[in-house]
Ligand binder design. Structure first.
Ligand code: OGA
Ligand code: NI
Length: 366
């Protein structure tokens, strides 16, 4: 095997203290973190308290702010969201506990090639370059009643009895995220003018993904990235970052930071919702930087449609002045594309559409 293709394995618990980092983690110059702390992204936190109690003025206000953010970059903060702070703290505590375990233990949940769930670490067994400085644990959540314990079961089956309590916390956390994301879908329906129930109904029974992100300290934070620049291919992301900070978004041709606020969730539009809105609402490039002293965690809930749902915009969003941009597709097709063929970026949807067309072409010819 050529030496540069040899698989390697690093122990993050040692690597985080070393003053030199392996070349696989060094990003090319044009993608390296900013040398100066970037400016903060200016975003008014959107109050959900009034929305949740059905106050019409608050609903209109929230819809107006969401509309502004989503036409521009697709990122906004929500506060007074009704999610119990204790549940959020427990989820963070469990995440600390999991990633603090020895590698052999975490590898019980090891992600299999081609799969999108399980434990993944760039520090072990990978061949490529531009590696993210992180470990993740991803699992499936389904809002269908027959899957009411899918997250709890996953922890029990894969990690064993010791993780049963954390599994229950994650199940409950996902249920809270499901309910919050359906509320956000109501606001998005209002702000897009299709009414509050349209997208809420579209995402009933959603088949979503929850990911726990863990970023160990890095002694060369100016050379590495926790998560490289990407757009989320999913529909809507609801992220809770801890107090450390590191999330950045690319707006007006430069990187901006999103300051941590434990009371808030960071919400962003993904490619699938961009297609559902016929391109009216946009997602944008974002990334996570690392630091040399403090581990950082974030909890990401990725809302995704049920597998058999056709992603097609409502007729109200298609007209002569705004014709269809993307063909109909299903979420599993886009997921396969981003897993096997393409690193998600600003142009994922365009590239996906070309890939779909080519595939269709080949089928007709073949
Ligand atoms: C992600 C992501 C950013 C963060 O998981 O898709 O963008 O701050 N995470 O962890
Ligand atoms: Ni992301």
């Amino acid at each position: 095997m050529p030496s540069q293709l040899k698989s390697f394995s690093f122990d993050a618990s040692i690597l985080q203290h070393q003053s030199n980092i392996p070349p696989q983690f060094i990003w090319p110059d044009h993608e390296k973190p900013c040398t100066e702390p970037p400016p903060r992204l200016d975003m008014p936190p959107i109050e959900l308290g009034g929305f949740l109690s059905g106050d019409p003025e608050s609903v209109a206000n929230a819809a107006r702010l969401v509309d502004q953010a989503c036409r521009k970059h697709g990122f906004f903060l929500v506060v007074n969201h009704g999610i119990d702070m204790k549940l959020i703290e427990e989820a963070h505590r469990g995440t600390n506990y999991f990633f603090g375990m020895p590698l052999e233990e975490k590898e019980r949940a090891l992600r299999k090639p081609g799969d999108h769930c399980g434990y993944a670490s760039s520090f072990t067994n990978r061949f490529s370059s531009k590696l993210p400085w992180k470990e993740t644990l991803s699992f499936r959540y389904s809002a269908e009643s027959r899957f009411s314990d899918i997250v709890g079961r996953y922890f029990l089956d894969v990690m064993g009895e010791d993780y049963a309590a954390f599994g229950r916390v994650c199940q409950e956390y996902c249920e809270a995220m499901n309910s919050l994301s359906l509320n956000v879908m109501e606001i998005l329906g209002i702000s897009l003018g299709v009414g509050p129930s349209y997208f809420r109904e579209f995402f009933q029974g959603n088949d979503s993904i929850m990911r726990l992100n863990y970023y160990p300290p890095c002694q060369k934070p100016d050379l590495a990235l926790g998560t490289g620049p990407h757009c989320d291919p999913t529909s809507l992301t609801i992220l809770h970052q801890d107090h450390v900070g590191g999330l950045e978004v690319f707006v007006d041709d430069k990187w901006h930071s999103i300051t941590p606020n434990p009371q808030a969730f960071v919400v962003n539009i993904g490619d699938t919702f961009m297609a559902l809105s016929n391109g009216i609402y946009k997602g944008c490039l974002h990334r996570a930087v690392v630091n040399s002293t403090t581990p950082r965690k974030s909890l990401a809930f990725f809302l995704c449609p049920r597998m058999d749902k056709i992603v097609t915009p409502p007729k109200e969003l298609v007209c002569e002045g705004n014709p269809r941009i993307y063909p109909d597709f299903t979420w599993p097709a886009l997921l396969e594309f981003t897993q096997k063929h393409y690193r998600s970026d600003m142009k994922t949807l365009e590239a996906f559409v070309n890939w779909l067309r080519q595939k269709k072409h080949l089928q007709v010819e073949g």
